[in-house]
Ligand binder design. Structure first.
Ligand code: HEM
Length: 454
């Protein structure tokens, strides 16, 4: 009698044969990687015009499918047949620096890691986090108090790095040598992800990235020893003291990998969201005034946790900024078994790339999608509810972002002080070239003119 042996999909190589699907691999090896990095939105629109919702593409040495459209995303991210692996989708990119993390794991393994974060993002923890955030924001805004012009990217990048170190790791000794090394190691690991050659070649970006992540792991190991069994209100303390279903602490290695990934998942994404909030409200001044009015109505210097829901206009600006510029430009999965997408047969082990930005501009769901119109999110319009996958800045399904409320809280806490302290405007007729990777933002870093408010 023959026995079927289950195939371990993590040991299979990528399917490269997609010749039955229309598309354009582009240049040898790099494929379309460079045009996607520099001009994502246009490349995606162009592929859709030429080939439809599912097309073959090559990105950085991998053949796969570029997929757009709300129904396709529902199938991929809700994944009721458990056929789309995040682990294998990200294996050669994110997984090369951040393997075995919450996002680069599937099924039971993934559920166990998600469990680790259970306490760290509950209301009680969030209430403590906002106090840390407010203090860091105030300190960083003091530094630009007398400036008449700034490049906003520098201010927000530094502020949010300090927020992350403080909230996640409980570090506020910013002048320390260890802190500087940690920040540099993080820059290196993020840069390493962009390396086209993923081999540890001396002097290469990827090697620096791997060294960066090794440094972070060693640093976090030390932190576990300090935090386990102790009381504290930083994320690392929560993770070190969380217990699994058997009542045991989670393994050090697991905590270390997830904590390093948390810094990566949180930092650039939130930086990008706030940059676009300031960009649009520095250009569309009526929205700056609306935010200012709701902030002044609260009559406080800093945002309190219980006032988060009173920031309605700021919330609309946050949502609309993420619609127009989703912080995660491309989500990836790999099929586990043969499947079907957009009427095409998709073989097992095929990588699928999903850029949320296309759905965020589909005319079927959005009125005048190229205009900045935060009111489209008001309950009476609710354009984002036209389809459960027409708006997905935080993804969807099992891997949906665990930091979405935290990100909204950081954005509101920052804007609360920034808008209250400064009248800000973009340059006259400002229409910047946009970067898409490593994070979406205006290429010039968003120069702003500032006037201190009385
Ligand atoms: C505006 C800011 C943010 C955006 C737009 C964003 C977006 C996303 C997206 C699209 C995913 C899903 C990726 C996928 O399915 O392939 C994701 C997952 C994740 N995000 Fe966020 N994120 C943001 C902020 C944060 C913050 C502040 C944190 C941590 C405090 C965080 C932690 C995570 C984690 C841990 C995952 C993986 C969840 C899982 O695999 O189960 N993110 N995020």
């Amino acid at each position: 009698m023959s026995q079927t042996v289950a195939i371990d999909y993590t040991q299979q190589i990528d399917n490269k044969d997609l010749s039955h699907i229309p598309g354009d691999y582009g240049y040898p090896w790099v494929g379309q990687a460079i045009s996607v990095m520099t001009d994502l939105h246009n490349v995606v629109n162009d592929f859709y015009q030429r080939y439809g919702e599912v097309s073959r593409i090559r990105l950085g040495g991998q053949n796969g499918l570029l997929v757009v459209g709300a129904d396709n995303y529902q199938k991929i991210f809700i994944d009721k047949d458990k056929n789309f692996s995040a682990r294998m989708g990200y294996e050669k990119t994110l997984g090369s620096i951040y393997p075995d993390t919450i996002l680069t794991s599937d099924g039971d393994e993934h559920r166990e890691v998600r469990r680790l974060f259970q306490t760290a993002f509950k209301n009680d923890a969030m209430k403590q986090y906002i106090e840390r955030i407010n203090e860091v924001v105030a300190r960083n805004l003091d530094l630009i108090e007398d400036k008449r012009s700034i490049v906003f990217f520098k201010t927000i990048k530094q502020t949010l790095m300090e927020v992350a170190l403080n909230v996640f790791f409980g570090i506020d000794d910013l002048d320390g040598k260890e802190t500087a090394k940690l920040i540099q190691s993080f820059k290196d690991s993020s840069e390493g992800l962009l390396a086209l050659v993923r081999k540890e070649i001396p002097g290469g970006k990827f090697k620096k990235g791997k060294e960066g992540i090794r440094y972070q792991h060693a640093f976090l190991q030390q932190l576990i020893e300090e935090r386990r069994g102790q009381a504290g209100t930083d994320t690392m303390t929560y993770l070190c003291n969380e217990r699994d279903d058997n009542g045991d602490y989670f393994a050090d290695e697991m905590i270390i990998k997830q904590a390093a990934f948390l810094l990566f998942a949180a930092h650039d994404t939130t930086t990008s969201a706030i940059i676009h909030m300031v960009y649009h409200s520095g250009k569309n001044l009526e929205w700056q005034t609306r935010m200012l009015n709701e902030i002044r109505a609260l009559n406080k210097p800093e945002l309190a946790y219980e006032d988060l829901d009173k920031m309605g206009d700021t919330d609309l600006v946050f949502k609309e900024s993420l619609r127009m510029h989703p912080s995660v430009p491309m989500l990836a999965r790999r099929t586990i078994r043969d499947s079907e997408l957009g009427g095409f047969h998709v073989p097992a082990n095929t990588v699928v790339w999903c850029p949320p930005v296309f759905n965020h501009y589909m005319r079927e769901y959005w009125t005048d999608p190229y205009s900045f119109d935060p009111e489209r999110f008001l309950p009476e319009r609710s354009e984002h509810k036209s389809h459960s996958f027409c708006y997905m800045p935080f993804g969807g399904g099992a891997h949906k972002c665990i930091g979405m409320h935290f990100a909204a809280m950081v954005a509101k806490a920052f804007m609360f002080q920034f808008v209250q302290r400064f009248d800000y405007q973009t340059l006259k007729d400002y229409s910047p070239k946009m970067d898409h990777m490593p994070l979406p933002k205006p290429h010039d870093g968003l120069p702003l003119n500032l006037v201190k408010r009385e």
